[in-house]
Design a binder for this molecule. Structure first.
Ligand code: APR
Ligand code: PHB
Length: 397
């Protein structure tokens, strides 16, 4: 067994682990990332693409924002369409903030490249990654790489290893509580190199169900439709997707739809999931390792970013001021913002999808009334906009 040492051991080279690693490095805090798969595999996972300004600021602080700031598109509005009624939420007018449309894959790649440029260690294809003695002052991680066994000694472990990772399982079952809601539908997503149907994103709902028109750039569209959970990707030819997507868009937008061959097509299940607490001894859960939201409010990646911001502030205080007590603030601060994001995503999901067979005509009338109330009143639009651009980050006490 070969022994190595670092200050913060990070499990997972997704957006959470990479962002945290770069930020810690900026403060001179040594860190190593252990990642189960290859870098290319990580980049093969197509995910969302709407960044809150809080996230963008962190990426700038991390020193990986050059491409995001030149290629990312600033969106000062987002649209909601209910049947054929279209309402534009002017984000900037309502909140003074906007969002940046830039793919998660791109931001991940930019951070990987920056990490490599700075010569920071990332162990890809690390197998059997296992944290140990996380309640003690001397936690460590064991793993294997190319058949060699390693022990990585550290002060803290950041579990940035996603929903299926090992970190959450390290917290004993009687210590953690998990809250979960699984929705009875998936999102079928298609990416194509065609001009987007609209300058802004459109979140649309009609009798056929939900659809989202998003984009990566003015030449690359990312579209989604709600599908039954049982549907298989083989059931959906490109043509079938385009036909259904078109029918779910408001009529006035349909003439602007350009079809093209898919460059990616996949179905993702939708769920809300939260683990409490997010800290156990010297182990912290960050991002998808601790919580999942349905994609409707584009909050997954952005909640991961606010976790990173909180842990980064804590680690800085620990190493610069020797204040170890502040680590207890991680879970309550992170969870307050997470529950807000979970509630917003759940609300958007409930209101914009047709799914609950148990809902009767009265419930449906209530849904329609709620949606039109929020969209027609300026106060209502502001409530949505404020959450869409992202609530402020909380400071340490
Ligand atoms: N050992 C090492 N690495 C692991 C292990 C393990 N046992 N289990 C998982 N990983 C790695 C995965 O291979 C993945 O690269 O951890 C990484 C986790 O990355 P993500 O799942 O992307 O999670 P996170 O970085 O928290 O990103 C936040 O926001 O938009 C959402 O779900 C979306 O990925 C997104 C997330
Ligand atoms: C995306 O562009 O992939 C996207 C955008 C907004 C969402 C979800 C996904 O709410």
């Amino acid at each position: 067994m070969e022994t190595k040492k670092t200050q913060v051991a990070i499990i997972g080279a997704g957006p959470s682990g990479l962002l945290l690693g770069l930020l810690l490095d900026k403060q001179g805090i040594d860190n190593v990332i252990l990642e189960r798969v290859t870098g290319d595999y990580v980049l093969g996972r197509i995910r969302a693409g709407v960044l809150e300004q809080g996230f963008a600021k962190l990426v700038r602080e991390a020193g990986a924002a050059e491409k995001m700031d030149t290629l990312g598109e600033v969106h000062d509005a987002v649209e909601f369409a209910f049947n054929n009624d279209r309402v534009e939420l002017k984000l900037e007018e309502l909140t003074g903030e906007d969002v940046i449309v830039y793919g998660q894959v791109d931001i991940t790649k930019d951070m990987m490249e920056e990490r490599e440029k700075r010569g920071l260690e990332t162990v890809y294809e690390a197998t059997k990654v296992q944290p140990h003695e996380v309640k003690s002052e001397t936690p460590y991680i064991t793993y294997e790489k190319d058949g060699v066994k390693y022990k990585l000694e550290c002060d803290y472990i950041a579990g940035c290893d996603g929903f299926h990772g090992v970190s959450r399982q390290t917290i004993p079952e009687d210590v953690r509580t998990e809250y979960e809601k699984v929705y009875p539908f998936g999102w079928l997503g298609l990416m194509a190199d065609v001009k987007p149907i609209n300058p802004h994103l459109i979140y649309a709902k009609n009798d056929r169900g939900f659809a989202l028109a998003s984009m990566r750039s003015q030449t690359r569209s990312r579209y989604y439709i709600q599908v039954p959970l049982e549907d298989k990707i083989e059931d959906w030819s490109d043509e079938a997707f385009w036909d259904e997507f078109e029918k779910r868009m408001p009529e006035s937008a349909r003439k602007n739809l350009t079809r093209g061959p898919s460059i990616e097509k996949s179905i993702v299940p939708t769920r809300s999931f939260i683990c409490e607490p997010l800290q156990y001894g010297n182990l912290f859960l960050v991002g998808d390792a601790g919580h999942i939201v349905p994609p409707t409010g584009a909050k997954g990646l952005n909640l991961a970013a606010s976790d990173v911001a909180t842990l980064y502030k804590i680690m800085t205080k620990v190493y610069k001021e020797g204040d170890k007590k502040c680590i207890e603030q991680y879970s309550p601060i992170a969870l307050r913002r997470i529950w807000n994001g979970v509630r917003f995503s759940w609300w958007m999901t409930d209101l914009l999808h047709n799914f609950d067979e148990t809902k009767d005509e009265f419930d449906r009338k209530m849904e329609t009334s709620e949606l039109s109330f929020f969209l027609k009143s300026e106060a209502g639009r502001k409530v949505i906009a404020e959450q869409y651009v992202g609530l402020p980050y909380e400071d340490l006490k």
